[in-house]
Write a protein that binds this ligand. Structure first.
Ligand SMILES: [Zn+2]
Length: 333
């Protein structure tokens, strides 16, 4: 399905009707001047004019894109992160949103879990989102105004700007924490995507989820495996259950033989509730111990990597181009 969608996107490159303009050599700074409204001026920007519908878990909301993006940035990235990292998050979220909308324009039907809305607030499906009017005080207490301004600025400073490849908005996926490299889309989802290849990613150790662990009894592990794959042979001692793993360039398990049956790393991650597919395992008495590196699928922009790059002085545009290979920044008006 994913491969089909990727093919569709490239095929639709020629029928995409909304005009796109490539960002000039002056980069984002050049564009900002034209997009920042004064206090007295009514906001009329791409982000304020574009409306999306969102299933928030209870009802379908209709929101201007800028309000939606503020809720995404707040829910997806700590507001204490540097400004340039927050801007990169806003730009990636805007891009991914327009990518999703382009899929609908090109004939994809709305998933049932969306209750008719274009997007949902489930971070495992679309992107996390929070209603800032009610959540800001809970999230940030006395500092709510400060962080609301900071997030609002990250969205406004990148207003209308998206990452494109071949003139089209990219599937700007992101995740919390990489290993030392990001994963390629090919290694994790099986579809070659030119802008989602493995790249170096700094700063992962600063993440509280850099290293993780899942412990599970032998019996429970056996039950989970046999439920899905009754043909597995788990009669030998547990240190012999895993064999011949195939790892990606970034270290994630692509697939591995468990009890003689080849399964995908992404499947094991989901069934065992691991933080990532980059894991080793050991046997400790009755328990199997899975030790993970990184948090999330590992593809596209690493949020902790964006933080580290921003701390090194890299700008939003450089962070985006670091993680999404060969993309251009384009402004929609
Ligand atoms: Zn969704």
């Amino acid at each position: 399905m994913k491969r089909l969608l990727t093919v569709m996107i490239f095929l639709m490159a020629f029928v995409y009707l909304i005009p796109l303009f490539t960002v000039g050599p002056g980069g984002i700074a050049e564009i900002e001047q034209g997009n920042t409204p004064t206090d007295t001026e009514e906001k009329d920007t791409f982000d304020s004019r574009t409306e999306i519908t969102l299933w928030d878990g209870e009802e379908v909301l209709t929101l201007p894109l800028d309000k939606y993006l503020r809720g995404v940035v707040a829910a997806e990235m700590p507001a204490s992160f540097p400004e340039e990292a927050l801007k990169a998050q806003a730009l990636a979220a805007r891009t991914y949103t327009l990518y999703q909308l382009s899929l609908y324009e090109n004939g994809m039907s709305i998933p049932e879990s969306h209750h008719g809305a274009q997007l949902c607030a489930d971070h495992t499906h679309c992107k996390a989102w929070c209603e800032l009017e009610s959540e800001a005080d809970k999230k940030w207490g006395n500092e709510a105004d400060f962080y609301l301004d900071k997030i609002g600025k990250a969205v406004d400073d990148t207003c209308g700007i998206i990452a494109t490849y071949g003139g089209q908005p990219i599937a700007a996926v992101f995740h919390s924490t990489s290993s030392e490299r990001t994963e390629s889309a090919a290694a994790v989802w099986g579809n070659e995507t030119p802008y989602l290849v493995s790249v170096e990613s700094p700063g992962s150790e600063a993440s509280p989820r850099y290293k993780g662990e899942v412990r599970i009894s032998q019996e429970e592990f056996r039950e989970k495996m046999l439920e899905a794959h009754p043909e597995m042979d788990l009669s030998s001692s547990p240190d012999k259950w895993f064999k011949a793993s195939q790892r990606s360039e970034a270290g994630g398990i692509i697939d591995v033989a468990v009890g003689g049956v080849r399964v995908e790393g992404t499947w094991l991650r989901q069934v065992l509730g691991m933080d990532s597919t980059n894991f080793t395992y050991s046997v400790n008495g009755d328990e199997l111990v899975f030790s993970t590196t990184g948090y999330g699928h590992g593809v596209g922009m690493s949020q902790y990597g964006a933080k580290a790059l921003a701390e090194q002085g890299k700008k939003c545009e450089e962070i985006i181009k670091w993680y999404y290979t060969g993309v251009e920044l384009t402004i929609k008006t």
